[in-house]
Design a protein around this ligand. Structure first.
Ligand code: NAP
Ligand code: MG
Length: 405
């Protein structure tokens, strides 16, 4: 069989620990036999980040900007323990944070659904994709305890040193707490563009919610910017595709999400996204089945799994034990990236390959062949064969070969 050709390179960002092992298995078994893989390779594994003083992370993000599409393996975000374990000269920042800052992107997370695993919310039939505005608000707030009685004020001094705004927050009659939050129009605009673009790309409705009835300036700003950008740039396209932009209050949104059947993108402010993404992913079943894509406002994509490097499994692997780590989300990172590369470059065969690869994964799971983490989640009465990672990948390969033949 002739291998499928690529024209533009895909940016490949390798990573750490168990996911690095799985990365190679996926390439060897599911990609290289079928595709003349053209990638620009960046090793974001911690030893290489240390060797290059993290330059490799920045270079990979610039390559992502240049070529438009990247696929990333999970990476270690160093903490104190990792600094010792890897003998690091510095506690290097999270690669995901660095890449997101350079691309100015928004992360979209969606679960992979299969028939034998039912979401905790019975009426959810299609994926719910959560988009989190990962900038500002409480995550960049300034706060302190108020020690004693006294007046707290909100003051703005313009760049010429003139105090142009002053408001009393509270006249404290006793000790308390105080917090100052901010966000920027530019960041909210980027978030809105990423969300509208991704809704069009995936032909799904977009929901957005804040608490603008209570927060008449702060949350209202989010609402108005989204509305303005929608009217100006996306309304016609949404109408053509028959998709909807739907704004409501956050508490109403939560109630509607629970009653819905899924199948839309839910754009969330930073804190809402932090909380709701954990709720939604848990209710859908497993972190190992959660995909993730970073989308920049001008349409650059970085695909990855939502989970980390699965350290506990890696330590067992190093001891020579077989592990049953689930490669689904990492395979979908590759299929997502290859599909997008194919769509941009007009390579129908590559798009078709990505679709067949995903279908082969689903078929394998529907045949009851799965990794250990999923076995406990399937509905009663499903007959399952619990396999290790390589056996699972080989079972996918068999089905993929049949589809491509
Ligand atoms: P994790 O790697 O996601 O793993 C947490 C636990 O979830 C695992 O121990 C495992 O549970 C289960 N799990 C996750 N993915 C799985 C899979 N594919 N198959 C089967 N089980 C899976 O999170 P972590 O242990 O908190 O973090 C490990 C490292 O990953 C850290 O260094 C962190 O910095 C990094 N991290 C990176 C990213 C990223 O690059 N995007 C994201 C998150 C974390 P059992 O052990 O019970 O089987
Ligand atoms: Mg969280």
């Amino acid at each position: 069989m002739e291998k499928i050709k690529m024209t533009t390179p895909l940016v490949e960002m390798d990573g750490d620990e168990m996911t690095r092992i799985i990365w190679k298995m996926i390439k060897d078994e599911l990609l290289l036999p079928f595709v003349e893989l053209k990638t620009e390779y960046y090793d974001l594994g911690l030893p290489e980040r240390e060797r290059t003083k993290d330059k490799v992370t920045y270079d990979s993000a610039y390559a992502n900007q240049k070529y438009g599409v990247a696929v990333k393996c999970a990476t270690i975000t160093p903490n104190k323990q990792r600094v010792e374990e890897y003998n690091l000269s510095e506690m290097w920042k999270s690669p995901n944070g660095t890449i997101r800052a350079i691309l100015d992107g928004t992360v979209f997370r969606a679960p992979i659904l299969i028939d034998s695993i039912k979401p905790a919310v019975r009426n959810w039939k299609k994926p719910i994709t959560i988009a989190r505005h990962a900038y500002g608000d409480v995550y960049k707030a300034t706060e302190y305890r108020v020690p004693t009685e006294g007046k707290a004020e909100l003051v703005f001094t313009d760049k010429n040193g003139n105090e142009s705004l002053r408001k009393t927050i509270y006249d404290f009659e006793c000790p308390g707490v105080l917090q100052g939050q901010y966000n920027k129009d530019s960041s909210i605009r980027s978030f809105a563009h990423s969300c509208f673009n991704y809704a069009i790309q995936t032909k799904q409705d977009l929901w957005f919610a804040t608490k603008d009835t209570i927060s008449k300036q702060y949350d209202q700003t989010f609402k108005l910017i989204f509305q303005e950008i929608f009217e100006a740039d996306y309304k016609t396209k949404f109408e053509e595709l028959g998709i909807e932009y739907f704004y409501t209050l956050i508490d109403d949104a939560v109630a509607r999400v629970i009653r819905s059947e899924g199948g839309y993108i839910w754009a969330c402010k930073n804190y809402d996204g932090d909380v709701m993404s954990d709720m939604v992913s848990t209710a859908f079943g497993s972190l190992a089945m959660m995909t993730s894509v970073l989308v920049s406002p001008n349409g650059q994509y970085e695909y990855e799994a939502a989970h980390g490097t699965v350290t506990r499994h890696y330590y067992r692997y190093l001891k020579g034990e077989q592990t049953s780590t689930n490669p689904m989300a990492t395979i979908y990172a590759w299929s997502g990236a290859l599909r997008k590369r194919g769509e941009i470059d007009g390579l129908d065969k590559l798009v078709d390959f990505a679709n067949k690869l995903e279908q082969a994964c689903i078929d394998t799971l529907n045949d009851g062949i799965m990794t250990k983490d999923l076995v406990g989640l399937v509905v009663e009465g499903t007959s399952v064969t619990s396999v290790n990672t390589l056996e699972f990948i080989k079972a996918i390969r068999e089905r993929l070969e049949a589809k491509l033949a």
